[in-house]
Design a protein around this ligand. Structure first.
Ligand SMILES: [Zn+2]
Ligand SMILES: [Zn+2]
Length: 335
């Protein structure tokens, strides 16, 4: 296997006529009824919370405590996924002190998006086979007609979570399989999901000393926050492979795009065309005014000497990956 951990091609798979490699044929067992039910609860539960929040909002509004809990938990767990799960653990865009690595992996686990080891293995598979056979969540799986694309969009957003998937952590994430901290955090993922829901409820109670405060914390800081964050991440898999610009060089057939409207909610993960062009880059929004709070967060950690070996993109690298000359950067354009 050749550097698959960094989202590059595998060398031990067969070539197809596009020149891309695809996954070898495999018989993957269907997920069990119990697994399907747990997945459904993790997706539908937060949706129920959103509906409850809307009903409560029109009856009683939202308190400042509810709003702050939602925002703070969104920022902490969201950057746990983007900086921790994604850029640090999956793509090794930087290395962190041990306690920072543990804190980021735990924060990401609170996002209800799966345990860190399987999340990273699945995502590396996505980079190895982006939009060809073997990609766990390509929207192009059914074809390119309008109807097939609608079906594919649903599959890439949430449908894929219910389809048989080969998740081989030993194969796709041998570095993580050897990391005792990350494997332990993966093991206690169910406990972390319970903490993710109960902690905002507890804080809601402690700020107000009322049952309504605890319920508000549970709904806004828990369920609504999880719903919004889950769907922002899912939209990187769906919208960012369907709509937006492709200014950078990627492999043939790789449909990753820069989808600007998702910048704030996805914390910079929406600059997905650049990400597929240079998966190890710590910054995804490489142009001026491309909001990337995850990159800013990593930059802050670097200044505080909590992380090192950060793979910042250089002007030369950005220019060499830019397809159209007129978009290449001048001396003053590098962030
Ligand atoms: Zn992608
Ligand atoms: Zn990635």
């Amino acid at each position: 296997m050749k550097s698959s951990v960094l989202g590059e091609e595998l060398s031990n798979t067969q070539k197809v006529k596009t020149g891309r490699t695809t996954a070898p044929q495999q018989n993957v067992p269907k997920p069990s009824m119990l697994q399907q039910t747990i997945t459904a609860l993790m997706i539908v539960g937060p949706l129920g919370g959103l509906i409850a929040a809307i009903v409560i909002f029109f009856g009683h509004g939202i308190t400042l405590v509810d709003l702050l809990l939602a925002l703070i938990f969104y920022a902490i767990t969201g950057h746990g996924v983007t900086a921790g799960y994604h850029r640090m653990i999956t793509h090794r865009a930087f290395t962190a002190r041990r306690w920072v690595k543990i804190a980021l992996a735990i924060s990401g686990s609170l996002a209800f998006e799966g345990a860190v080891a399987t999340w990273a293995a699945q995502h590396r598979r996505h980079h190895a086979y982006s939009d060809v056979t073997g990609d766990p969540h390509s929207p192009y799986i059914y074809g390119n007609s309008f109807k097939e694309k609608v079906k594919g969009a649903f599959h890439s957003h949430v449908g894929w979570l219910f389809t048989p998937q080969s998740i081989d952590v030993e194969k796709w994430a041998p570095d993580i399989a050897k990391d005792k901290d990350l494997m332990f955090i993966s093991k206690i993922f169910p406990l972390l999901t319970i903490i993710s829901l109960t902690l905002p409820a507890l804080l809601g109670y402690l700020f107000t000393f009322t049952a309504a405060g605890a319920l508000g914390g549970f709904i806004w800081g828990g369920l609504v926050r999880i719903f919004l964050l889950q769907h922002s991440t899912f939209a990187v898999n769906s919208a960012c492979h369907l709509w937006g610009k492709k200014p950078f060089v990627t492999r043939e057939g790789d449909e990753a795009r820069n989808f600007a409207p998702l910048a704030i909610l996805s914390m910079g993960e929406n600059w997905h065309n650049w990400h597929h062009s240079v998966p190890r880059s710590a910054r995804h929004g490489v142009r001026r005014h491309q909001i990337d709070t995850t990159a800013r967060f990593i930059w802050t950690l670097e200044k505080l000497r909590l992380v090192k070996d950060v793979h910042w993109p250089t002007k030369e690298q950005i220019n060499s990956r830019t397809k159209i000359t007129k978009y290449r950067l001048g001396n003053s354009d590098i962030q």
